[in-house]
Design a binder for this molecule. Sequence first.
Ligand code: FES
Ligand SMILES: [Fe+2]
Length: 376
Amino acid sequence: MLINNWYVAAKSQQVNREKPLIVRMLGQNFVLYRTPEGEAVCLANTCCHRGGSIGRGELDGAGCIGCGYHGWKFNPQGRCVEIPALGKDAKIPKRARVDSYPVEEHFDWVWVFLGDLEEDERPRIPATEFPEYHDKENWRVVSMEFDADVNWARGHENSLDSAHPAFVHASFGRRSAPEVQIVPLVPNAFMGHNATRQRVPPKRSQISADIAKLVSEKRGKTTASTDSYLAGISHRIDITREGNIRQVTVSARTPVDPYNTRVFAHQARNYLLEEEHDEARREGIRRAYKEDLDVVATVEPKFVPRSMAHQLLVEADQMETAFRKVLIEKVKQGWEIDFDRLQDEGRFRHYSIPSPARRKDPKNWVHPVVPTTFPR
Ligand code: FES
Ligand SMILES: [Fe+2]
């Protein structure tokens, strides 16, 4: 799992001014809430006092949160501003603070930057890459979330993979046309790549009832444009069928821990815009994710191998290969959490995902930074 990346922590509507929300990412707990002005805040959830769950506490209505154990009050920057047991005028120790992480909201998702990079060094969120989400006149969006017991990188590779639909997805893969068109990959501005391929569409009898009425039996090829982005371990898949029938799926996967992933997905369509068609789309997405996750849950090893030579990737796996290269590069930059060491050493001491404030002041923290597999 990588630090120094943006992850979707929650849907915007889940984060409010009344009740803190505890979210698990990268094997750690975080607490999210909003200030009275509506700004979303994300803090490390483990209290620097005696390890209490800050998110079990209460919001004070003035932008601070009191820890659920002894009420130490933290501001949105993670600074402790009050220690009730010491009285109102007590001097607050410098080390009384927890990490506070940068937050942005895009597509009604709360994105959190879990790392300590300066703003211009961070992977860019593909905020500009989903205009369909905002165009309510011409597009209709359905949204879903899934919890899956698969590794995040394995899950992401599956989304980029054009060779599996013919074998895994009965409703849109075409068993009789399994070839993957080899195309030049185009790097995008989001530490990922685009592949735009033509493929043979499924037979009309394969596809779900609503859209089947819109397409003819003998139709031209479908264009599938897939973008992979590092931020949010996300992607955009833009499918254009005959007659400019389009469907754009943007999804992000948040590593809950090495073995579990939470998927956030939006799908925009430019056909059958009425609400009554939403459920059929949701059903299609649910079915496709289940088919994918059932396969990915059974691959071995559970994680992406550390060397390209440990599996036999072929030319049709070009997007997955490109993603692995990006991963390897980031691992070598010291972005990968050393989970084994953390499991061991973390039994007696809490380790935290570093936040940007650590850059300016690396001392005066109770919780040290999580170990990484390569030096940073
Ligand atoms: S553990 Fe948080 S206030 Fe004591
Ligand atoms: Fe799939």
